[in-house]
Design a protein around this ligand. Structure first.
Ligand code: GLC
Length: 818
């Protein structure tokens, strides 16, 4: 009886809580189907063990608890005890996870699945699932048992999970949401959508990453709800003491990821979903785009101006107008009579050409791509077998079903012509998928879904990911194992294995500059570190100041590209007059100086699974105020920035994490762990270097690889105590790094009051061209008497600006300065 009361209480609560906008079915009045009720797990009565899986049951429904590693435990619910196929597009294939140890203990009240760091408790009485650390502190717990509701229209279930929420709990992650960093107090949905000119808090947007990080009392954990249907997350919005997530179909299937550090949670999330491969070096240079540069003379003129004005640039983009009637994989020969020649000339001048490819294929019997797709039945079909047709740029279109490996293989080969023409990178757009007028495909469209089959309701959120996956695979083969460069607008969790991303059609306003800083920080902790905004704003007109401030932020965006809509005025770095041009040039040059640092940060992402952009909350989660800071963030471990987000701003308050920090432009020393008021003249933005860091710098180049580096500059920032830095170098283009053809240098800097020691060790098989380092010391609090390298005393040298440096063999092991 008590159990029944409890269930009724749950049911009535739920009716309040979830009756409004999150119940999406209607009972079919024609068939007169009885009202569907929510069903809850009952009492957990028994279990079975199968390897690292435990299956608990209440007699009817089952819950599987699978131990992936000591920190990662997956929970699945099967309302009728038959689990769905264990397949996920998000989880990487070669998963290399094993728990070190785990045991199941049974007490009178509960089953306990224990690893070395976390205990998953399954309460017998009510089937509540919770996670505790080894001190018995509950980190995350069900508020009510997992529940479900039959979907009478489509079959399957709406599935729900509701967690208790602590008063101080903060939430991060969830991909490209345009809200404040801390998601608490808001409800979100995930349904990839073409959202031209989106606004602050508008939801959903282009991407789906159903992964969040909770932080409470200094402890962080992650929840990855791996479900591709439309999903919802309510972070203590409906009710202050609970957080719910649910879906319109599929399985309640989530991974609990143990921290307690937020950084660890993100790393473990990357263990499941993978990281971005090392991008080609040119892909992290500055990129110039607009809708569209055409005809050819226009493209050439833009390129010429960059070189004439000596503003570095590595890539120029061709938007849809390069195509013949927007037919993918064709050229408009009137605008581009000899694309191969144009691309070769651009390449000779150091420019890579990136082109747009959309999923909509024009219905045209004289167009080879359409004919091949049609003959091979590669296009998506409706529930009753009609073709899925919709209007996009080319007019009436059909759409490949990228969830079929054969279709992906075919699509990958279509790039052959473009690659032969010399195209270096591909930009996949409109792949939410977007359809004019109706938004996207209707729900009944069928997909192959890797042989597991599903309607568009299930495949919608992974459509774009599978498109760019096929682009990536195709390019990798066609470019003979060179690292592909791809960028996509739509994404699902795990897309980082195939592509970079951008945040879509933003607006040229100060508010959007701010939204961009939030989105990129959030994407980064959601696994999509290689991300950028349309610098300057896609639609609308920025003035010189906004454009320039956005360019400054762009230097610290992992992906740095200016892009704008077809109806906007010019957007090249010189378009706003000489004053702004000079500042933009200075900052683009800064990007090129910092390239070896930026590249090393990409390596830390790829290999060590660390996000590139790091919100303050990720750096110092133990301070409650930090969970609300969102204007300053770190790029990698050593550089912290705070973009200027308001017109006319003369100064701003910046919080610096604990430790010592140096102003990048003036080398002034700041104590961390507190806020500082810093000046923000137009030609500067607040950039700080962590004390003890070794920051490598390249000389300014007009494009990556323009100059050979004879000696690598290292800026070493004095600090008392120890600090570690890494520099990663390889030849910048192939996958040879997978066979250890790279050089990873580890530096340990240890400062004392009257001296500093730098030790170096290296790993990898790559031998870079330069032989020496030019070492500059910054902030030494003592007069230099002696510098000794591996037992030999060396002299000071002077550079062309009369600054002292030390020329040191790159193989050095130990350097002491006193
Ligand atoms: C979409 C893209 C935008 C592109 C335009 C034309 O709006 O988001 O970047 O320029 O389509 O292809």
């Amino acid at each position: 009886m008590a159990e029944l009361d409890k269930k009724e209480e749950f049911a009535s609560e739920l009716l309040n809580e979830e009756s409004l906008d999150n119940i999406h079915h209607v009972n079919n009045p024609v068939l007169d189907v009885p009202a569907v009720e929510k069903k809850y797990l009952g009492k957990a009565t028994s279990y079975l063990k199968d390897g690292n899986k435990f299956i608990f049951t209440d007699g009817k429904a089952s819950v599987e608890i699978k131990v992936f590693s000591d920190e990662i435990i997956r929970v699945r619910l099967a309302p009728q005890s038959s689990f769905l196929d264990d397949f996920s597009y998000a989880i990487k294939k070669d998963l290399d996870l094993h728990p070190i140890s785990f045991v199941l203990e049974e007490t009178e009240e509960a089953y306990l699945v224990k690893t070395s760091v976390v205990t998953c408790r399954i309460q017998k009485e009510d089937f509540l699932v919770s996670f505790e650390n080894t001190y018995g502190k509950v980190i995350n717990a069900d508020h009510k048992p997992m529940h479900w509701e039959e979907n009478v229209d489509f079959g399957g279930y709406y599935v729900y999970c509701t967690k208790r929420t602590a008063p101080d709990e903060a939430f991060f992650g969830l991909g490209d949401k345009s809200s404040n960093l801390n998601l608490r107090g808001r409800r979100f949905s995930n349904w990839n959508s073409d959202t031209y000119g989106f606004g602050f808090n508008q939801d959903p947007l282009y991407k789906t990453v159903p992964f969040y990080i909770g932080v409470t009392e200094g402890d962080a954990y992650g929840i990855f709800f791996d479900n591709t249907f439309k999903t919802y997350f309510d972070f203590a919005s409906e009710r202050n003491d609970r957080t719910s997530y649910w879906s319109e179909g599929g399985e309640m299937q989530y991974y609990y990821i143990h921290g307690p550090q937020m950084m660890e949670v993100v790393k473990h999330y990357h263990e499941l979903t993978g990281t971005h491969f090392m991008p080609p070096l040119w892909a992290i240079g500055y990129h110039q785009c607009r809708w569209s540069y055409y005809p050819e003379a226009n493209v050439r003129e833009v390129a010429t101006q960059f070189r004439k004005r000596q503003i570095p640039c590595d890539a120029i983009y061709l938007d849809i107008d390069y195509m013949d009637g927007y037919r993918c994989f064709t050229w408009n020969k009137r605008y581009f009579p000899d694309p191969k020649k144009m691309i070769a000339d651009l390449a000779a001048d150091g420019f890579k050409t990136v082109v747009m490819i959309d999923p909509g294929i024009k219905v045209d019997e004289d167009y080879w791509v359409f004919k091949e797709g049609k003959e091979n039945r590669y296009f998506c079909r409706r529930g009753d077998d009609y073709f899925m047709e919709g209007y996009v740029w080319p007019g009436r279109c059909q759409f490949p079903d990228y969830t079929n490996p054969k279709v992906r293989e075919w699509w990958g080969t279509l790039y052959r012509g473009l690659v032969e023409d010399g195209v270096a990178g591909v930009w996949n757009d409109m792949n939410e998928p977007a359809v004019f007028g109706r938004g996207t495909f209707p729900g009944d469209v069928r997909h192959y879904y890797e042989g597991f089959r599903g309607s568009h309701r299930k495949a919608h959120n992974i459509y774009g990911m599978q498109m760019v996956r096929s682009t990536y695979d195709g390019l990798k083969k066609l470019q003979r194992n060179k690292r592909p460069f791809t960028i996509t607008r739509a994404a699902y969790a795990g897309t980082q294995r195939y592509s970079s991303v951008w945040t879509g059609d933003n607006i040229a306003t100060w508010e959007h500059l701010r939204i961009g800083t939030l989105q990129l920080q959030r994407l980064s902790v959601s696994g999509l570190s290689f991300c950028g905004t349309d610098i300057g704003g896609f639609t609308g007109e920025p003035d010189g100041e906004l454009y320039t401030r956005w360019m400054q932020f762009g230097v610290f965006s992992p992906f740095m590209r200016v892009h704008s809509a077809g109806d906007t005025r010019d957007r090249e770095p010189w378009s706003f007059g000489p004053e702004w041009e000079a500042i933009c040039k200075k900052f683009i040059e800064l990007r090129y100086k910092l390239l070896p640092y930026i590249y090393s940060t990409f390596w830390r992402q790829h290999k060590y699974k660390e996000p590139i952009l790091r919100p303050i909350a990720l750096i110092e989660q133990h301070k409650a105020q930090n969970l609300l800071r969102e204007e300053e963030f770190a790029f990698g471990h050593h550089i912290l920035v705070s973009p200027v987000l308001h017109p006319g701003q003369q100064s701003k308050i910046v919080y610096l994490p604990e430790g010592n920090w140096y102003g990048y432009f003036d080398n002034i020393l700041y104590a961390g762990g507190t806020e500082h008021q810093v000046d923000t003249p137009l030609d500067e933005m607040p950039i700080f270097i962590r004390g003890g860091s070794v920051i490598p710098e390249y000389p300014v180049m007009q494009y990556t690889g323009e100059k050979n580096i004879d000696a690598l500059r290292l800026n070493i920032y004095y600090n008392e105590g120890r600090q570690d830095s890494d520099i990663y170098i390889d030849h910048g283009d192939t996958f040879a790094y997978e066979q250890s053809v790279y050089n990873e240098k580890h530096f340990i800097v240890e400062g004392k009051k009257d001296g500093l020691t730098v030790t170096q060790n290296q790993e990898g098989l790559y031998n870079e061209r330069f032989d020496t380092y030019k070492i500059y010391f910054i902030g030494l609090p003592f007069a230099v008497n002696k510098i000794e390298v591996d037992g030999v005393i060396i002299n000071t040298s002077m550079d062309e600006d009369n600054s002292p440096y030390f020329a040191v063999e790159k193989e050095f092991r130990k350097l002491t300065i006193e």
